[in-house]
Structures are given as structure tokens and as C-alpha cells.
Design a protein around this ligand. Structure first.
Ligand code: EPZ
Length: 421
């Protein structure tokens, strides 16, 4: 397993281009199942999760190749409606082949994704939504079995204990585009990744209105066609570099971004005292002199994203004063707390809250990545820590960050990947 060795204390300088969004690309790749024709998807990040989704498509019988950020996929010869445990268990996003398979074959068998290090992640909303589209769904042997004589539009309230669901919205959307009649999804997720999926589906010939709002209306169509599409930039990668710039007292420019996807992050950084300057598609991040503590509550979009909670915790850990983070999406998503404390942070977890007493310095230590965003947080902390940090299990980071060490190195960071078997 590879390790990252980071020598902290360098102020990052220069410019970094943000890659395509992982969480937009994955459902869009699943949506290629909905047509017999060839789809060309551009700006796809070269990530482990993307390659896993391509493997799933190939297992189903599709042709799918990745070349320099462009995926060419064709599901004409799809032969299987089963997404097996050995693949789905590796990545939760693969569960979103359920909707398109059901739309394509009127039946689907998809492994339950199982538990996850960031907490319990049920799929009840996915199932509830698809049932409302006239699918019979049973769960047995670790698989979701879905079947329908004919998918029919329905009125669906897609909210749970923690609000809307991104991938449940995607799953229902992908089935509803081929259902007979009109579907209304209420309390739909408003995340930009859902909007990108809806834009892709509309290009294919779907009739979706309201994506990006809590009420989406879908008029089912008989067939969808192959199209070209460019995936939106990754707002979480952008946010991660924003925190890296801020924590090192650096001066960096992130390019290729969509500002409005970053509003909650920009707002929080400005509250903390970070100086942000925008041009059309770029953002300069300069650390201010007197950074202030802040309270953060994670919420569905356009609120503060749970996927940026850990990286902001790293930043807040060296800002004098007390900050509180409340995690409202995944109340147990705090694996990074213990690792940050090993680097000298003073963070206490109290239920869904983390109370951060800012310290003057972090110091390098051997730490272990536990999930994708927690790993990113450790890298962000290591960039500011005195001495050397060794982050092990970086395969987590490779699931979601394209060329992270090369991008950081180009900004001046002292970072090295040690390859291990
Ligand atoms: C997506 O996961 C993202 N993954 C996650 O990013 C992200 O953290 C999450 O949305 C929240 O923004 C992808 O897009 C591939 P949810 P998803 O369903 O859709 C509960 C990363 O690091 N819920 O929106 O699976 C759930 O437990 C990953 O890139 C139910 O109760 O998340 C959570 O509390 C990690 N029942 C809340 O809803 C369900 O059926 C929101 O989860 C589904 C979800």
C-alpha cells in the first residue's frame, strides 16, 4: 500500500487546475446503460472509483474505455442485469446502476453496498423511490432484486431522517426517465452533481425539469440516444485545495471551477478571515493575518458539504480559539479526529459535534487514512505541520483525487509517494 511522505511548513504558491467531478461522473457513467448508442463523456477524472464503475459496466456487457479523461461507452450489447457483490461492495456509488438497469431490462439484481467507515448508509430511500415507479423490490441474499412489468410515473417524497439523498435522487431519476407518464420527486437532492446528471439525461432525450430544486418533474420517454457530455468540475477537490492554500498561509489560484458550487465554502473561509479574489473561472486564496475560529454545520447543498468537513477541521485545528463542527449528514464521520490529535490537535468529539480548541502548531506524525475525505484532511494538516508526516493507506485518496501529489508538488509542497506492494 502506497504512502505519502509530506514535509510540512511550505507556503503553497501558484495555480492548480481542478479535475472533473468524481461524484458527477459516476452516476453519469451509470446512465449510459439507458441507451443502445455510444456516449462520449469528457472531463472524467482518472480515479480508482471511475475505473471501478467502468469495470461494472463491462461486467454487465457494455463496452467502456477510458483515454485521457474521455470515456467512450456503449451499452448496445448489455447482457446482464446483475451487479455483483465483489464490485458493488467496493464502492457505494455503484448502487446507482439499479435505476438504469431496471429501466433497461424491467429487472435488476444489484448487491447491497454494505456498511461504510463513515457510518451506516442505508438504501431505503432508493428502494422507496423505485417502488413508487411500480417496481417490486425484495432484498435477499445480500442483493436487491427489482422487477416491474412496466415502470410507471409516480409522486415520490424522497426525504429521510437526514434530509435528501444524492444517489437515491440519481437512481430514481434514471429509472423515471424511461417510465410511462410523469414522475414528481419531492425533496430531491439539489447538489450540482444531480443537476449535471439531469443535464446529461436531457441531452439524451429525457424530459426533466427542476433539477437543482427540491421538486423535479420527469416526463417519461420511450428511448434515449447517445450523446457527448463534459462533466462539471469537482467542487470538493476545489474546496480541498482552498483549505490547503489557507492552512499553509499560501497564495494560490484554483482554476476551472464554477464559483456558485463553492458558495458555502467561500463564505466560511471569508468568515474565518481568508482573503479570496475571484475572476471568471478562477479563485485566488490568500491566508489573512488573523484567522478566526468558526462554527460549521454540514447540510445538504447549498449548505456546507459533509465532504469538506474533515478538511476544514484540519484548518480550524490551528486557528486560535474554539470552533465547533456539527455533522448533520453522517453523525459518525469523525475518524480523522483521532489522527489529527496524533498530530497535536486538540479536538474532542461529543456525539455529532467536534469541539476544536485551536493550537499553535501541528507536528508531523505517522497517520493512517481511513476514508477518502479523512485522508484529504490528513494531507491538508500535514502541509502545515512541522516536520514529516507519513500518511499510510493512501489508496483511499486515490479513489477521489486525481494526481494529488503532483498537483501539490506543483504548488511547492514537499510531498513524495512511496510505492509499496
Ligand atoms: C453522496 O453519497 C456522495 N457520494 C458522498 O460523497 C456524499 O458524502 C453524500 O452524497 C452526501 O453529500 C457520491 O455522490 C458518489 P446521501 P450518497 O444518500 O448519495 C441518508 C465522497 O467522499 N440516507 O445523499 O450515498 C444517509 O445515510 C462521498 O465523495 C438514508 O437514510 O449520500 C445520509 O445520512 C462519501 N437512506 C443522508 O441520507 C438512503 O436510502 C445523505 O446521504 C440513502 C441515504
Amino acid at each position: 500500500m502506497d504512502k505519502l511522505i509530506i514535509e510540512g511548513g511550505v507556503r503553497l504558491k501558484g495555480s492548480v487546475r481542478i479535475s472533473g467531478s468524481k461524484n458527477a461522473a459516476l452516476p453519469i457513467l451509470a446512465a449510459t446503460i439507458l441507451t443502445d448508442e455510444v456516449c462520449v463523456i469528457r472531463n472524467v477524472p482518472n480515479l480508482r472509483d471511475v475505473h471501478l464503475m467502468l469495470r461494472i459496466l463491462r461486467t454487465l456487457g457494455a463496452q467502456a474505455e477510458f483515454k485521457k479523461g474521455v470515456v467512450t461507452a456503449c451499452s448496445k450489447r448489455l447482457k446482464s442485469y446483475t451487479a455483483p457483490y465483489n464490485l458493488v461492495s467496493k464502492m457505494r456509488a455503484s448502487f446507482c446502476v439499479l435505476g438504469p438497469l431496471l429501466a433497461r431490462f424491467n429487472k435488476a439484481k444489484v448487491s447491497l453496498p454494505g456498511g461504510c467507515i463513515i457510518g451506516v448508509r442505508p438504501v431505503d430511500l432508493h428502494i422507496k423511490g423505485l417502488k413508487r415507479l411500480n417496481a417490486d423490490i425484495t432484498v435477499s441474499g445480500g442483493y436487491v432484486h427489482a422487477r416491474s412489468d412496466e415502470l410507471k410515473g409516480g409522486h415520490i417524497y424522497l426525504g429521510g431522517e437526514f434530509g435528501s439523498s444524492v444517489l437515491a435522487t440519481a437512481n430514481v431519476l434514471m429509472a423515471a426517465v424511461r417510465a410511462k407518464g410523469t414522475t414528481i420527486i419531492e425533496n430531491a437532492a439539489c447538489e450540482p452533481e444531480v443537476v449535471d446528471l439531469a443535464n446529461f439525461l436531457n441531452k439524451m432525450g429525457a424530459e426533466i425539469e427542476g433539477a437543482g430544486t427540491p421538486a423535479i418533474e420527469i416526463k417519461g420517454v420511450k428511448a434515449l440516444k447517445g450523446v457527448e457530455h463534459k462533466v462539471i468540475p469537482d467542487r470538493i477537490e476545489a474546496g480541498t485545495f482552498m483549505t490547503a492554500g489557507a492552512i499553509t498561509g499560501g497564495n494560490i489560484v484554483i482554476t476551472g471551477i464554477i464559483h456558485k458550487h463553492l458558495s458555502a465554502l467561500i463564505d466560511k473561509l471569508e468568515e474565518i478571515g481568508v482573503i479570496l479574489e475571484r475572476t471568471d473561472s478562477s479563485l485566488r486564496i490568500k491566508a489573512g493575518r488573523n484567522l478566526k475560529p468558526a462554527n460549521i454545520t454540514t447540510l445538504p447543498y447549498p449548505g456546507f458539504p459533509t465532504d469538506m468537513q474533515a478538511q476544514f477541521m484540519s484548518l480550524l485545528s490551528i486557528i486560535p480559539g474554539v470552533s465547533v463542527i456539527t455533522e448533520k449528514i453522517y453523525p459518525d464521520r469523525f475518524m480523522h479526529v483521532a489522527e489529527l490529535n496524533r498530530m497535536g490537535a486538540h479536538i474532542q468529539k461529543e456525539g455529532p459535534h467536534a469541539i476544536i480548541a485551536g493550537v499553535k502548531y501541528l507536528s508531523g506524525a505517522p497517520v493512517m487514512a481511513s476514508d477518502l475525505r479523512a485522508s484529504a484532511a490528513l494531507v491538508v494538516a500535514a502541509l502545515a505541520a512541522g516536520g514529516k508526516t507519513e500518511v499510510s493507506r493512501v489508496y483511499h485518496i486515490d479513489r477521489g483525487y486525481e494526481n494529488i501529489e503532483k498537483k501539490l508538488e506543483a504548488l511547492g509542497a514537499k510531498i513524495l509517494r512511496i510505492k509499496e506492494n
